[in-house]
Design a protein around this ligand. Structure first.
Ligand code: AKB
Length: 321
């Protein structure tokens, strides 16, 4: 029987839904408490405790901490790049004040022993090398989301150095999964494209055809997140956030890969404000620190991911092969 209690904040998003399922498989259903600002149609509400929580509501957060006394917190609630650009002030408030509420609770010696908080490739900027983007280098993010991720990285390191809060973090590339809706990110075309391929056989892409971005299939994202959280503290040498990579591709490359399964699939390119965001991000990430420190190796490339995504989305829509 485990003594661990895990609290997931922002559990209805792309990552949270799948992370809660995996954590419940490890720690037991009643040991993983999912929270979000509102419920959606996710299966996680039937498989264990759920609390409604706006992470900006500090007193409700404290009530939940009192009630469950979590030992680990995964704080995933944030506005992503494209959504935050529509409301930059709120993007900053949610992304930073939410993080401070979690870090301060951990610092104040509540039950929390370890905190996971995701960063992103958005923490990089136009002066970062786009190919083999190093762990350390120029970081000049141009979006409010990216600025909040870079500032958050510095703060989680500060709380570790100054107060010993055991913070762990990964710089996610674009995450691709089939279990939940895209969440307002610039990389999310790579989720919608699979749904469109099966539903309408046509995709209207908001990025240009040759915009290469780093991406990661959800099973790999979950694997990396659990590995970094479960690694011995001595192996975590990076207290800002680890570079993490799976694959890199352009809209035209993913389109061509899907076309090998669905020959009638068509695409058009109509880039919008998200093109500028994508242009400021890396194309290929060097994740050698994660590989060396805690043994990171991804399992999926574009081909494997495409086969798996199409199979699972077909099942979701109950379509024949
Ligand atoms: C986004 O596109 O905003 C996110 C990210 C790369 O962090 N998927």
């Amino acid at each position: 029987m485990t003594n661990e209690k895990v609290l997931v904040i922002g559990s209805c998003g792309q990552l949270g839904t799948e992370l809660v399922e995996s954590l419940r498989g490890i720690y037991g259903e009643s040991h993983v408490i999912s929270t979000d600002i509102r419920k959606n149609d996710s299966v996680i509400f039937e498989t264990g405790p759920f609390e409604t929580l706006d992470i900006l509501d500090e007193s409700k957060f404290k009530e939940i901490l009192q009630k469950y006394k979590p030992t680990q917190v995964y704080h995933l609630a944030a506005l992503l790049s494209a959504t935050a650009e529509k409301n930059p002030e709120f993007g900053w408030k949610l992304n930073m004040d939410g993080l401070f509420n979690v870090l301060n609770a951990a610092k104040e010696g509540q039950s929390i022993k370890r905190v996971y908080w995701p960063s992103s490739i958005a923490a990089f900027g136009p002066n970062t090398p786009r190919i083999d983007t190093p762990q350390y280098g120029a970081m000049d993010p141009t979006t409010v989301y990216g600025i909040s991720k870079y500032a958050g990285e510095l703060y989680i390191q500060y709380y570790y150095n100054r107060w010993g809060v055991d913070t762990r973090s990964l710089r996610y590339p674009g995450l691709i999964g089939y279990k939940s809706e895209p969440g307002g990110g610039t990389t999310d075309y790579a989720v919608s494209i699979y749904h469109d391929a099966l539903k309408t056989q046509h995709h209207n892409c908001f990025l240009e055809k040759d915009t290469v971005l780093p991406m990661l299939y959800m099973p790999d994202a979950i694997k990396a997140t659990l590995e970094v959280m479960h690694a011995e503290a001595s192996k975590i040498k990076m207290r800002m956030s680890y570079n993490l990579a799976g694959m890199s591709f352009s809209p035209e490359e993913i389109y061509n890969e899907i076309k090998t399964h669905i020959p009638d699939f068509t695409i058009e390119y109509n880039s919008d404000y998200r093109q500028q965001i994508a242009n400021s991000w890396p194309a290929v990430i060097d994740d050698s620190n994660a590989r060396e420190d805690w043994g990171w190796i991804p399992d999926f490339n574009l081909e494997d991911m495409t086969t798996d995504m199409l199979l699972n989305i077909r099942q979701l829509y109950s379509l024949g092969s």
